[in-house]
Design a protein around this ligand. Structure first.
Ligand code: SF4
Ligand code: SF4
Length: 433
């Protein structure tokens, strides 16, 4: 018997306790110093150690790994697919940090033939799979009459096929789209608000500089009044993190947080593939969570607005168990695809529209770049050299393939996540009291 390869043991922040998490057996415990010493000195007399898989026979552990890996692959085959459709790369905003700012203008635009080809491709390719479509841009809800007609056509076609629609929008023209949305099966509308009025307007303004906050707030009100679910996203970096308590209070005062149709996410502003003009304001993943941890202590009402994941800590707290082992964190080409109005398709939103990243076309003809698709589909913690021996692998899942390629030049490489440190913070946040 020996210690499991998948134990993560560390100290809970601001506490005298330690924690042990085993991502393969699915167990986790808070442990005192005495138990920690037992584990560190290979004193395995406590029967719980082997019952919970903290101490194990390596052959048995390998067998369990194989079983859970096969189950992961099996379950993923049945998972719902998220299909992004980029209706245009143009946008009426000129956000200070836009990663698409360097994208070239396309000579063509959305038309009915491309929309028909898109539906025919996905209905055939993903027949029998649960799926939904997310409209994406640029900005998909632009206010040009022809464009609006096309969006209405997509929503109508999706409805006829029984497919739900989501959208990622800057929400400026939402009020003009409500009637169109009401005709569809709308899963949720993701709207970005980067803070309260002054902060938001400093970061997210129209081309030409006009403010956008009030229109977006109105748009959110319209959605909720029409019972359309809202996913409010705040893109955070060092410039606006200090505004989070105010935005949380604003959402509480508006009554948004009391609605079951309202949820939130914090998106870390990071360098994707266009250089950020002001890199100093970007957070690493860990720095962001460190600051969030402190902010939550000072302003507990933030928790009413948003409950950060801190890796798997929130899941563990809310569900009372660990999530299933994550053999692959990257959904691209597995349960996520991204299509665009030029007739190309890609692995996901991180690569959509990026030169050299197309995995095929669905219009005017169907072409699949099989070698490139397989490279994406075969990437998981077993195919990435560094991940194979990493004790964090079944929580980290190898990170993001696109980021890995940006950093290391190859898809089959690691994009490490600070799992242990996030657990130190998250277990403290959710369990210290
Ligand atoms: S490449 Fe990154 S952004 Fe794209 S699906 Fe994978 S993890 Fe997500
Ligand atoms: S990406 Fe890094 S942290 Fe994640 S599993 Fe691989 S080696 Fe471990």
């Amino acid at each position: 018997m020996q210690l499991s390869r998948y134990n993560i043991i560390s100290k809970v922040k601001d506490s005298n306790n330690w924690f042990i998490v085993n991502s393969l057996s699915g167990n986790a415990d808070l442990i005192d110093h005495e138990t920690l010493i037992q584990l560190q000195t290979n004193d395995f007399s406590n029967p719980e150690f082997s019952e919970k898989g903290y101490v194990t026979d390596p052959a048995r552990e390998k067998k369990l790994f194989r079983e859970k890996y096969l189950k992961f692959l099996d379950d993923r085959e049945k998972d719902e697919i998220q299909i992004f459709f980029v209706t245009n790369y143009s946008c009426n905003f000129s956000c200070s940090y836009c990663y698409q700012a360097g994208y070239e203008e396309q000579p063509m635009s959305l038309n009915r033939q491309t929309i028909d080809a898109f539906f025919s491709y996905i209905l055939n390719e993903f027949a029998g799979r649960r799926k939904y479509i997310t409209l994406f841009g640029g900005e998909p809800f632009l206010n040009a009459p022809k464009h609006k007609e096309h969006i209405a056509y997509i929503i109508e076609k999706a409805s006829l096929a029984g497919i739900e629609i989501a959208a990622v929008t800057n929400a400026y023209h939402l009020a003009d789209y409500i009637d169109i949305l009401k005709k569809g099966l709308i899963r949720e509308i993701q709207v970005t608000l980067d803070g309260t009025r002054e902060m938001h307007n400093r970061r997210r303004f129209l081309k030409g500089g006009a403010p956008t906050f009030d229109r977006i707030v109105e748009g959110i009100d319209h959605l909720l009044a029409n019972r359309i679910p809202v996913n409010l996203r705040m893109v955070v970096d060092r410039e606006n993190i200090g505004n989070l308590p105010d935005l949380a209070q604003f959402a509480i005062d508006k009554g948004w947080t009391a609605s079951p149709l309202f949820k939130t996410q914090l998106g870390r502003n990071y360098e994707l593939h266009e250089c950020q003009s002001n890199q100093q304001r970007l957070y690493s993943r860990l720095e962001l969570y460190q600051d969030l941890y402190e902010l939550l202590k000072r302003f507990p009402h933030i928790g009413e607005f948003h409950k950060p994941a801190f890796s798997i800590s929130k899941f563990l707290f809310e569900q009372g168990e660990l999530p299933a082992p994550l053999f692959d964190a990257c959904t691209g080409t597995k349960t996520e695809w991204a299509f665009d109005f030029t007739g190309n398709f890609y692995a996901c939103t991180a690569t959509v529209g990026k030169q050299g990243e197309s995995l095929g076309t669905f219009y005017p003809e169907i072409k699949k770049y099989t070698g490139a698709i397989e490279e994406w589909q075969n990437r998981d913690v077993l195919s990435i050299p560094k991940c194979r021996s990493c004790e964090l692998s079944l929580i980290c899942g190898g990170g993001c393939a696109s980021m890995a390629k940006n950093y290391n030049g190859t898809l089959n490489s690691h994009d490490c996540r600070p799992i242990t440190e996030l657990l130190e913070l998250g277990i403290a946040h959710y369990f210290n009291e």
